[in-house]
Design a protein around this ligand. Sequence first.
Ligand code: NAD
Ligand code: ADE
Length: 416
Amino acid sequence: MRYRVRNLRLAPRGRAAVEWAREHMPVLAEIRREFSRSRPLRGLRVGAALHVEAKTAVLALTLKEGGAEVSLAGCNPLSTKDEVAAALVKEGVSVYAWRGESQRDYYANLRRVIADRPDLVIDDGGDLVSELHSRGGMGVKGGCEETTTGVNRLRAMEARGELRFPVIAVNDSPTKRLFDNRFGTAESTLQALMSLTNTQIGGKRVVVVGYGHVGRGIASRARGLGAVVTVVETDPVRALEAAMDGFLVRSLEEACEDGEIFITATGSFHVIREEHLREMRDGAILCNAGHFNVEIDLEALRRLSERRREVLEDVEEFRLKGGKRLYLLAGGRLVNLAGRRSLGHPMEIMDLSFSLQALSLQYLAGNADRLKPGVHEVPPEIDRRVAELKLKLSGIRLERQTEEQREYLRSWRMGT
Ligand code: NAD
Ligand code: ADE
């Protein structure tokens, strides 16, 4: 078995964290029990690029339990928890990741996963699939994608006829978008913002850029903590939705006049640019919840600054010419995972997302040969199964439709 991690001696601490996560991921535990009986991934090699932290470890071990050989790289140079990487190696997973790896090492680690010749892949953000395609696909039968940015990239590949194998857009399933993107990112982003800066949210003027699944969650939870929230959107329907949800909706230029905390969640590029940075107030805090560190124009921030220093771990002060100070969290990378003390989504949320991943991979193991290259939906029965399992394990009972109701809903004759 091959691996590259920071320090194997960290394994005991990592194992404890993984056990804690496993205790709080009961849906995946059910799937693991079933996997260990039926071994649906027997003989398959799974290559993954994911945030290497405790919940991801529970997924990797579930896949192993299902019979797969697993190779794992990070999907962000800052989100790996070194103790978890070490613990996974001790459990027989080939991990190639460490926190703070350089850009060069990040890609070298993706290539190490590819060199293990995966049959199936799981990606978060599209870097593994993109790297695979620069090598002709390498015989991969199919894959799953975890996040919006990754699915956007896959759709771009599909539109150009360049996607060589079927990929299930796990991100786009209702269970994933509703609970992970919306509630999970909201809680973990605000948790990271608070723990990295020790700042109060209540009473602050918070600007959320992007009112998609992620932005909606962050805006509503920030309001729940007492923030005065402004939303910035480019899409008229979503802007209207934000306005009707009771948020102030303004252009970013307007919001810069008095915003105190800026959170980007668009999946787009250079959303906060030089002209905005120039307008911001002294002391404004900037952070990003989108997948890549491109939403804030970091080059412009550096250009405008005459001095930089780290005031707290993962909190960097930029002193602009003229004396104004702006504070950037976690280097502009996704703040809920990239900060040293950021923990990612709550365990209960990743229980659902990674259950979808495990079942989608099982589906691919049986069906990839029949699927065309392209982006595919999560089969609705998988979404339903994950939601039903979660309800059952939470002791929540569903109301049942009566036969009369079913008949009424199928018919059209009965009116006023
Ligand atoms: P989405 O497509 O549902 O929403 C993005 C929103 O941003 C859209 O409403 C779009 O109109 C808006 N937007 C685009 N450009 C804009 C601009 N210049 N100014 C203002 N608004 C703009 O996507 P999503 O599911 O909300 O995901 C957003 C990002 O968050 C993606 O990069 C995704 O991969 C990432 N994500 C991160 C986490 C995390 O753990 N941090 C979790 C899930 C998703
Ligand atoms: N932990 C592991 N993967 C994650 C993800 N994609 N988002 C948030 N937390 C995570």
